[in-house]
Design a protein around this ligand. Sequence first.
Ligand code: NAP
Length: 320
Amino acid sequence: MKKALVTGISGQDGAYLAKLLLEKGYLVCGTSRDAQMSSFRNLDRIGIRKDVQLASIALNDFRSVLQVLFRVQPDEIYNLAGQSSVSLSFEQPVETQDSIYLGTLNLLEAIRFTGKPIKLYNASSSECFGDLGGRPATEETAFRPRSPYAVAKSAAFWQVSNYREAYHIFACSGILFNHESPLRPERFVTQKIVRSAYRIAKGNQEKLQLGNIEVQRDWGWAPEYVEAMYRMLQRDSPEDFVIATGQTRKLQDFVSAAFEAVGLDWRDHTRIERTLFRPTEIMIGRGDASKAAAKLGWEPKYKMVDVVRMMVEAVPETDQ
Ligand code: NAP
């Protein structure tokens, strides 16, 4: 039986990935910064909490990382933990850098230290590309990060690439564009929009305040994206992959679709709030996942409108 270690298992992707790995027959151990205190609500929501082992890890502490590796003896590590909000990274740049860059470096060093053929998946991000003026990003596109989050993800990406070349570690990065689900926390704009639309329709909220709704993004469905992570580690040789739907839509379209799903016109219920604009913004995010289609056989089924519909449908069971 293969063993997988999933860091950040309490998050959106961690929960869906753990479910997928369990279905594939893996023994899954997941980590949290404090496994005693974390609620692991997402694992409860998708009904797998009792099926996974849980451990605490401080990814910025090499000793802690090494201890977990020795204890769990994983065949595959999926590193999904870290400060994952672009907005928050402007307020907490050091925490963001430490949790993403140092965390990834510690995992790479710990793998090297054990000398075992442990495979590593690194959760990289389309934010690394910065603003490409609408050009689609591929694995060959240069990084021009525009936030502390993106800088940290870019540094971690190159560290993974370097360890692969220098020490022949099976490590690869998935450069994922935005992916959503009912497990997305409300701090992220997509879930904020979906839940606000629902509450406004129920008469429990007055207005939805938003930042720049002209930004364009490529939104996919998280449960499909974790399948791509898994497939990257099943190959004979490690490579990096862009994962995206290939369809870019304005945030305004997302807002419109969410309000339409609850029978309202978004223009009557939203307000643009200048303080919610980011110091630096990516105006258009567009991804080209043709390499993933060719080499992983991965193609997304769901696009933005499907994602909005599925998130809205799930609100009654998750809006507590
Ligand atoms: P998420 O829901 O925020 O989960 C990340 C987990 O990391 C959290 O549950 C948390 O677990 C842990 N974490 C949070 N802050 C941390 C910190 N400062 N130090 C150490 N650990 C911390 O993220 P996700 O959406 O599942 O995404 C998974 C990974 O993919 C992240 O690295 C994210 O940056 C990356 N990514 C996501 C997207 C997307 O659209 N979702 C796109 C590209 C890349 P505990 O509280 O239990 O410790």
